[in-house]
Design a protein around this ligand. Structure first.
Ligand code: SF4
Length: 308
């Protein structure tokens, strides 16, 4: 078992820190964004309110599974006290929701979610692992950090709609205003990563992986999407593509993908890449005093983007 359980792996030099699925997602969207975030340390100042809701909701979910909340009302109370902690934070909301919107929706959602959690997962308490960060060796010399939301017993799902005996399962909790597309979960890299990591780090064989989506619509709902354990060919493909991405990072290949600048919202690095937007850097971005990597920025011609 090649793994260590510290934060993010030991750092040994430029970009020599543990990778993760979210790192590679950013890299694939725009290599330069990866460089700015993980190399230079730029992060957006504003956090999305929906992400904060997801974090507060997860605390309530864990309270149910660990036996600290034993009714929908208690689940809601746990959520409410977590949610109160973010009330004064500078969160980014969209036009349709805000702090009180989630406070209200959480109440109705707890009624549905509590019942679903008790039926499908039960109350595993200490038999499960909740939201634990660990680092494992994905390939020789390539460390990977993973934080699975839940690892433990869950009823085995057999399509269509049959639940059998409990088996070791990895679950990723999600919150959303709508249902997820089921087919997207089949190759979801995050779940593949968790299966691989849990088996190597904890030596627990995973039998199924799942997304559990808490839908905070006017009619709240819980969507379960189960998949059997990933087969070897999917695991091999996952590792191979992670190795290719890692090699790209180590070669310092960080070209900009200008097609991604305004795709699905505005990239938070626009104030850096677009000279006309530089005045927004201080207002929108944070940067640590010490960089995570020592790669100089000189070779990147920031001004060139305006002529592309
Ligand atoms: S603004 Fe565009 S080019 Fe710059 S990091 Fe973001 S996506 Fe990449």
């Amino acid at each position: 078992m090649n793994s260590s359980s510290e934060n993010g792996g030991e750092r040994r030099g430029a970009f020599d820190f543990a990778r993760s699925v979210s790192q590679r997602r950013r890299l694939r969207k725009c290599n330069f964004s990866y460089y700015l975030h993980y190399g230079e340390g730029y992060t957006a100042k504003a956090r999305k309110g929906t992400y904060a809701f997801g974090d507060a909701w997860q605390v309530a979910v864990e309270a149910v599974l660990q036996g600290a909340a034993t009714s929908p009302e208690q689940m809601y109370e746990v959520f409410r006290s977590e949610w109160a902690k973010v009330e004064q934070l500078p969160l980014e909301w969209n036009s349709r929701n805000g702090y009180n919107f989630f406070l209200e929706r959480g109440k109705a959602l707890a009624q549905v979610a509590y019942r679903e959690l008790r039926q499908i997962v039960g109350q595993p308490k200490g038999a499960a692992i909740y939201n634990q960060r660990f680092t494992y060796e994905l390939a020789p010399g390539l460390l990977e950090t993973a934080v699975p939301d839940y690892v433990g017993p869950v009823l085995r799902y057999q399509a269509p709609g049959v639940y059998l005996e409990p088996v070791q399962t990895v679950i990723d909790w999600k919150t959303s205003d709508r249902e997820y597309k089921e087919v997207g979960v089949e190759l979801d890299e995050q779940l593949t990563d968790y299966q691989l990591g849990v088996e190597r780090h904890y030596n627990r064989r995973i039998e199924q992986v799942a997304l559990c989506v808490f839908i905070y619509a006017a009619m709240p709902k819980v969507q379960w999407i189960f998949c059997p354990r990933r087969p070897p060919e999917v695991l091999e493909q996952f590792v191979a593509s992670a190795v290719v991405d890692d090699q790209r990072i180590r070669r310092n290949e960080f070209p900009r993908n200008t097609n991604a600048c305004f795709m699905m919202g505005r990239c938070e690095m626009v104030p850096i890449c677009y000279p006309s937007q530089r005045h927004l850097i201080a207002a929108e971005l944070d940067k640590p005093a010490e960089r995570r990597n020592d790669q100089p920025l000189d070779w990147i011609q920031l001004e060139a983007i305006e002529t592309e």
